[in-house]
Design a protein around this ligand. Structure first.
Ligand SMILES: [Ca+2]
Ligand SMILES: [Ca+2]
Length: 415
C-alpha cells in the first residue's frame, strides 16, 4: 500500500471516529404537547414523544410524580440506531400500580391511568459500552379518566367439568360484572400447553362490552362438533380494556375430565333378528354390536340387554325414562306411536360397562353385544310391517348412520 493511500485511510478513520464522538447517544428529544387530558374524547388525549438514537441502546421511558414515585411507560428495551427518530404516543397509561393507601383488588391491574398531576418524564438510553444518557421534562395530566374497567364477581361453575355430552357437568357457567363500558372484554381458557381457547359470550343477555353483567356458557366447543380441550387443569382468564387502554385481568381454575366428542355405531349397520314370520304372542329378538368409536366414555342406562318388552309397554312403563346424554339401542316399527318405544342399555353393568360416580359407561374404543326381545301381544295396524333398530343419543341426536338401521320385514299370523 502506498504511503499517500495509507494516510488517506487514516484521515478518513479519524474523521469517522470524531464524528461518532460528537453525536450524542440520545438526540432531538421532543414531547408535545406538554399537557394532556386523557379521557378518550379525542381532544389532547395523547402526547407525541420522539427521539433519535445514534447508537444501539437499551431505552426506557418513565414518569415520576411529585412524591418521587416512579411509573413505567416503556420498560427497558433494546433499540437499534436509526436515521429517523423513534415516535411513540403517550396517553397517561403506565404499568399497573396501586395508589397510596389503596388495597389490592381481586383483579390484577395490568395497565392504569395516571391521576391528574404534574409529572417528570425521563427517557433513558444505555449503550453497550455502559454510556448512559437521560433526558427529562415535565408533563401535566388533566381530566384523566381514571375509573378502572374493573371486573367484579368473577365466577366459574362447576369447578370440574366433563365436556362429553353425557348430560353430567357438560357445561360451565362463567359470570362477571363490568364497572364501565370497555373497548374489549374477552374470556378464555388456557392450559399447560399455552393454547388459548376463546369462550364466546352469551350475547342474548347483555350487549357486548357494556357496563354490567356478562355471562358465558361454555361446552368445550363440543355442541358445534369440535373436539374439546384435553383433560387437565386450566386457568380461565377474563380481561377487560377500556378506551384509554387501562387493562385488568382476573383468573380462576377449571379442571377438565373425561373430555371428548362421543361417537358410537352399530357395527357394520348389521342386526340379527330371530324370525321373519311369527304368530301373535311370539317374541321378536335382535342381536347387534355397539362400538364406542371415540376417546371418551359414553353413558348409558337400562333396561339392560336381555330385557323382554311386551308390545303394549315402552321404556317409560318399565321405569326407564329418557335421560339427557345417555346412549341406548332402540327398536321401532311402522305405525309406532312414539320414536323408538323399546330401548335397551348398550351393555351389561359390570361386564361391558364401568361405573363412574352413579352412572354406567362403555369405555373408549370398547364393543359390546346387545340383545333384546319384544313380545308382540297385539296385532299391529299394518301387517306385514318393518321393524328396525337405532342407536339414540338421548336429547342430543340420532346420527343418521344410527337411525333406521337394518330394517326387517316381519309377517305376523293370528294364532
Ligand atoms: Ca381529552
Ligand atoms: Ca359430562
Amino acid at each position: 500500500m502506498k504511503i499517500t493511500h495509507l494516510l488517506g485511510v487514516l484521515v478518513l478513520l479519524a474523521f469517522i471516529l470524531s464524528a461518532c464522538g460528537q453525536k450524542p447517544l440520545l438526540d432531538k428529544v421532543t414531547v408535545t404537547p406538554d399537557t394532556i387530558t386523557p379521557n378518550a374524547d379525542g381532544q389532547t388525549d395523547l402526547t407525541k414523544i420522539t427521539f433519535l438514537l445514534n447508537r444501539n441502546a437499551v431505552v426506557s421511558i418513565r414518569l415520576y410524580d411529585g412524591a418521587g414515585q416512579v411509573y413505567t411507560f416503556r420498560a427497558a428495551k433494546p433499540l437499534s440506531l436509526n436515521e429517523d427518530p423513534y415516535t411513540v404516543y403517550f396517553g397517561g397509561i403506565v404499568d399497573g400500580f396501586l395508589l397510596p393507601g389503596e388495597e389490592p383488588y381481586d383483579f390484577t391491574i395490568l395497565k392504569r391511568m395516571l391521576p391528574d398531576g404534574v409529572y417528570t418524564w425521563e427517557i433513558q438510553a444505555q449503550a453497550a459500552n455502559g454510556e448512559t444518557v437521560a433526558v427529562t421534562g415535565t408533563l401535566t395530566i388533566q381530566n384523566a379518566d381514571t375509573l378502572l374497567p374493573a371486573i367484579r364477581g368473577f365466577s366459574v361453575s362447576p369447578k370440574t367439568f366433563s365436556p362429553n355430552q353425557d348430560g353430567i357437568d357438560d357445561r360451565v357457567r362463567i359470570n362477571l360484572t363490568l364497572d364501565k363500558d370497555v373497548e374489549d372484554l374477552r374470556v378464555y381458557l388456557q392450559g399447560a400447553d399455552g393454547v388459548m381457547h376463546a369462550i364466546p359470550e352469551d350475547e342474548k343477555r347483555t350487549r357486548p362490552n357494556t357496563k354490567g353483567w356478562h355471562t358465558y356458557d361454555y361446552d368445550g366447543g363440543i355442541d358445534a362438533g369440535s373436539e374439546p380441550p384435553p383433560d387437565g387443569m386450566y386457568t380461565v382468564f377474563a380481561e377487560a380494556r377500556d378506551a384509554m387502554g387501562q387493562r385488568v385481568s382476573i383468573s380462576n381454575t377449571l379442571e377438565i375430565v373425561n373430555a371428548g366428542l362421543p361417537r358410537a355405531y352399530i357395527v357394520n349397520g348389521a342386526v340379527e333378528y330371530n324370525v321373519t314370520t311369527m304368530v301373535l304372542s311370539d317374541t321378536l329378538c335382535f342381536t347387534l354390536t355397539v362400538e364406542n368409536d371415540s376417546a371418551t366414555y359414553i353413558r348409558t342406562t337400562g333396561p339392560w340387554p336381555g330385557t323382554t318388552y311386551r308390545s303394549d309397554q315402552n321404556f317409560n312403563t318399565l321405569g326407564w325414562s329418557e335421560e339427557s346424554g345417555v346412549f341406548r339401542v332402540g327398536m321401532d316399527f311402522d305405525t309406532s306411536l312414539r320414536n323408538y318405544p323399546f330401548r335397551w342399555g348398550i351393555g351389561q353393568p359390570g361386564v361391558d360397562l364401568v361405573q363412574i360416580d352413579r352412572y354406567w359407561y362403555l369405555p373408549p374404543n370398547a364393543r359390546s353385544e346387545v340383545t333384546g326381545c319384544v313380545q308382540v301381544v297385539e296385532m299391529p295396524v299394518r301387517n306385514p310391517l318393518y321393524y328396525w333398530m337405532g342407536l339414540i343419543h338421548e336429547d342430543v341426536e340420532i346420527a343418521s348412520v344410527n337411525n333406521r338401521v337394518d330394517p326387517t320385514f316381519v309377517t305376523i299370523w293370528e294364532p
